[in-house]
Design a protein around this ligand. Structure first.
Ligand SMILES: Cc1cc2nc3c(=O)[nH]c(=O)nc-3n(C[C@H](O)[C@H](O)[C@H](O)COP(=O)(O)OP(=O)(O)OC[C@H]3O[C@@H](n4cnc5c(N)ncnc54)[C@H](O)[C@@H]3O)c2cc1C
Length: 400
């Protein structure tokens, strides 16, 4: 029997209960203790909210408003910064979508070459002989979660000590983390590898692991003392965010939810209530990636919960079913939260085509949180951070 805690439930009720439970600890406790990885059964020093934030079962603005209500504005700055790191990475990738495309192409090439297969298999099975790494490899697969510090150490050992390609490590994380997120994950791995900030890599050290894991591991293995020198080109120039044109004519409106933002029905307001709401979850795309079952289950359950667990609100897994629904509901305008760069980069063109063939106008919308913050992810986080007060000033409006 597994000694790990069970996977959390994805529904809104479970998300709200987890937020409620964390709120008292979101202030000074979080700021002082969050860096410690005390093991899977001792996680009260961090929020564990990321799986729900990832799919916006708990949208960022709701979480930030809740911690400010509980503690006032001053003591929750650290926690709010961390939530905004997520937005920073998303904005950064949205402004440079070719970084995602190039990374996915490299994963496909490396998988086809299979040159380091044995070593990669040993690493992901937790059989490297490095005690802490092996324990985290098992924890990742069995719980879908790793503490932030453990993610940094694992990525560092993978890249600099085991000298494995960072892209395959990032892919492994993305397929198993419940919060697996194209932007936060890919860009964090790039940062550890030294590809994000010129001259900066992240090297795990034994004293640091021992200290922040409360000596849970012996850590007898040697970690790399110098980083691998990866071929590095400057990031591509920033591309402006896609303009999202207004709907050219009114009409019977529907909403299509995705697992990128299950909260969207609440903020995608039409002039009249939508005639129908449905969800689209292309399970085959996740399967093609070899995504772990627990991740697929979590995403689907989150969508079911957002759709009111009602059979009237369909959750479609193929474009044919979506086309049938568009026809049956006679929708003329389909509203959708713009899916960020990531798995939906390949799915969106299929949905666009179905809409075009069905004579339906697809209208993508971006939430104010993203509209305000994403354009500022042009440089580092510290410049980006200066805009945070602007979103804090609008929380009341978004909370409705
Ligand atoms: C190599 C690596 C890979 C990562 N992959 C992912 C990923 O796929 N998805 C993901 O959501 N996060 C990723 N992170 C960031 C971070 O580790 C997780 O967001 C965090 O550990 C989630 O746990 P928590 O909810 O308990 O976080 P808390 O510490 O409680 O933080 C609260 C929230 O802030 C956000 N957050 C916190 N730290 C970060 C960060 N460094 N970057 C971005 N957002 C952050 C998350 O939404 C999190 O839920 C990665 C970090 C590293 C180093």
């Amino acid at each position: 029997m597994s000694s790990f805690p069970p996977f959390p439930a994805a529904d809104r009720e479970a998300a709200l209960a987890a937020l409620e439970d964390f709120l008292p600890r979101a202030g000074r406790d979080y700021a002082e203790q969050r860096n410690h990885d005390q093991g899977p059964s001792h996680r009260t020093n961090v929020s564990l909210l990321s799986p729900w934030i990832r799919v916006r079962q708990l949208p960022e603005w709701e979480v930030v408003a809740a911690v400010r209500r509980e503690h006032g504005a001053t003591t929750v700055g650290k926690f709010i910064d961390e939530v905004c790191w997520r937005t920073y990475w998303k904005g950064w990738l949205q402004l440079r979508p070719t970084v995602w495309r190039d990374y996915r192409q490299r994963v496909a090439r490396l998988q086809a070459e299979a040159g380091r297969d044995g070593e990669v298999q040993a690493a992901v099975a937790g059989k490297t002989g490095i005690d802490c790494f092996d324990a985290w490899a098992r924890e990742l697969v069995e719980t879908g979660y790793l503490h932030n510090h453990a993610r940094m150490w694992v990525a560092s050992i993978w890249i600099h000590t085991l000298k494995l390609p960072w892209e395959l490590g990032a892919d492994w994380f993305l397929r198993h983390l419940l919060d697996g997120d194209p932007a936060s994950n890919t860009l964090s791995w790039r940062w550890v590898a030294g590809l994000h900030t010129a001259g900066k890599t992240y090297l795990a050290t034994r004293p640091n692991v021992r200290r922040y894991t409360q000596d849970r591991f012996e850590v007898t293995a040697d970690f790399a003392k110098t980083p691998v020198d990866l071929e590095h080109s400057p990031p591509p120039p920033v591309q402006p965010l896609q303009e999202l044109p207004a709907v050219s004519a009114g009409g019977r409106t529907g909403i299509l939810l995705t697992d990128e933002d299950v909260s969207a029905a609440a903020w995608l307001t039409a002039e009249d209530a939508p005639a129908a709401v449905a969800g689209f979850f292309l399970a085959e795309a996740y399967e093609e990636w070899g995504t772990a079952d627990h991740v697929v289950r979590f995403r689907k359950e989150a969508m079911w919960s957002a759709l009111g667990k009602s059979a009237d609100n369909g959750l479609f897994e193929s474009v044919d079913r979506l086309a049938d629904w568009l026809k049956a509901t006679q929708i003329e305008v389909l509203l959708m939260a713009e899916p960020p760069v990531g798995i939906w980069t390949d799915i969106l063109p299929r949905v666009t085509r179905v809409c075009r063939e069905s004579g339906v106008q697809l209208s993508l919308r971006r939430h104010g949180w993203d509209t305000l913050l994403w354009p500022h992810a042009t440089h580092g986080f510290f410049r980006f951070k200066k805009v945070i007060p602007q979103v804090l000033a609008r929380l009341d409006e978004w909370e409705g």
